[in-house]
Design a protein around this ligand. Sequence first.
Ligand code: NDP
Length: 304
Amino acid sequence: MSAKIIDGKKIAAEVLAEVERDVRRLKEERGIQPGLAVVLVGENPASRVYVRNKTQACERAGIFSQQYNLPAGTSEAEVLELIDTLNHQENIHGILIQSPLPEPLDEDSIFNAVDPRKDVDGFHPVNLGKLALGDPTGFVACTPAGVVELLRRAGIETAGKHVVVLGRSRIVGKPMALLMLLKGKFADATVTICHSKSRDLPRITRQADILIAAIGRPRMVQADMVKEGVVVIDVGINREETAGEKSKLAGDVDFEAVAAKASAITPVPGGVGPMTIAMLMSNTLKAARALLKKSAATPARAGL
Ligand code: NDP
């Protein structure tokens, strides 16, 4: 079988163009420009690249962005103070704290401090809870939201299919599985979640109609782990260093071998990665619109 390559770059460009159009309308009709604050702590080179890509995407989409670069030694109290300021800043609708945070900062308490209405990364317990309940007013983590958008725009139905998700992180695996479990189109799947303690992984992955790999292990998914005709979504981004050569990106899936059996597959790079940024822009627009709805619903308090 020769697999259809799901082009994440092209689909992300479509999403970004739609966001850019809607941001322009919001500015023209309501005088509001969505704003995103991006907080980077420390010097992690990959994080710096991600942050740069995100602020560049903001520029393209017409979203105002403000970047905060804090040194690695910044205390938790200082990060929390900045988050509190941003939570109250009117021109900021979304707050992104670039993960991973350097030790000894506690990611959970920092993510939890972001106002859930500005949590465009979808990591706050309120938003994870809303996702679990199928409440569409919450924010869904950008990477899994991007995977659903890829499936939708590539015309890959999920209803009734067996979706196997490899990985159970707060950022990818868990919200991914919850999305596939929701009722509705491009959901309604039968879902299995695997992790490092799962026994006999190949036996489970071979049952997948759709396999979503988010484990952070380069090329771990091999051809003998999938069935003919499977759809494979590779979330993994692993940097491989080879002596004397520039480092290369590899997914969690052995692309060449698995593509020979799959009906459709995402490449790395150029698959899920660009979708994550596009969904961040889309979530920031959603946050700005939600604020408008809220102010329209608040009765005038003139004279009080
Ligand atoms: P985490 O390290 O937080 O989670 C990895 C998950 O994989 C864990 O649940 C872990 O199990 C499981 N796992 C690890 N090894 C195995 C194994 N041998 N067999 C089965 N399960 C295993 O990673 P993330 O979820 O943050 O990221 C996963 C990958 O996705 C990474 O490559 C990351 O770079 C990439 N990524 C890509 C993004 C994009 O934009 N494309 C965005 C975010 C992440 P356990 O829970 O038991 O430890």
